[in-house]
Design a protein around this ligand. Sequence first.
Ligand SMILES: C[S@@+](CC[C@H](N)C(=O)[O-])C[C@H]1O[C@@H](n2cnc3c(N)ncnc32)[C@H](O)[C@@H]1O
Length: 276
Amino acid sequence: MIACYRNRGSTPHFLYKMQKLYEIPLLYDIAFRRPAVGYHVDGLIECHRRFRKDYQLERILELAAGPGRHSLEFAARNYKSAALDYAADMCRYASALAKQNSVPLDVYQANMRDFAIPHKYDLAMILLNSIGHLYTDDDLLKHLFAVWRHLNVNGLYVIEAHFPPWTNRDSLHAASWLLEMQELQMRVDFGRSDDQFDQDMHIRKVFVHIVGQLRGEPVDFQDYLTIRSWSGEALEHVIRESAAFEIVCKLGELNPDTEFKEHDAQRLVYVLRRLD
Ligand SMILES: C[S@@+](CC[C@H](N)C(=O)[O-])C[C@H]1O[C@@H](n2cnc3c(N)ncnc32)[C@H](O)[C@@H]1O
């Protein structure tokens, strides 16, 4: 059974038809909402303070931003904040959240592989392994050049990839979590051990299943997310080839005090600095 969300006045309604997860921002936002946005934003601001010392942080850009939870938090802290995503529904949703919260947020619908938007930024970021939506070295190279063009001198680019990367079928773990709040009970299953996996390209079709109920309406949604698993070696190879950025540091989370240590890292975070 496949379910999707459609606006009917202000009431979410789930009906049965094919739709992609990124076309249902409310469902994505509920199912994949991260609890520590404020902590991440503290960490990103601290990265800028430490690694771009002589410059003031004024403008930030979140790429593949989805609902834009991090860019919204920056906006709430009075930074000039922008979110870019290629899904029209996500862009509308992020703009609506900004309006609801009375914060200014520039939202751009564009493909992060190559884009041109107004302004240059001091700090750009791509979070929650959204870099996995770039599939080839060439995609990543083009993306790095596009980010480079939108950064101010010595501007930083923070890439948060997942860790450990998927290398073979044995590394394809599945995760499930429960969400229980007023008017909402859901189970989210992310990945199955039999997901399709291209071992040469490290691209997985991750099965996502969200089931439960929201405000009395049943939800039973299934989709596949196509994600490339970028290892540190693969990312570093393209970053070096671009000659557009230097790697300032490698972290285990979005916190400049957490050095990347292979045995206990949950994430692989690169802080890059624009080269001129
Ligand atoms: C995992 S969600 C990310 C959300 C956000 N980074 C977060 O932390 O919640 C991935 C987002 O990337 C967007 N996306 C996928 N491919 C993209 C592309 N080529 N250009 C821009 N956005 C893209 C999707 O529309 C989706 O909103």
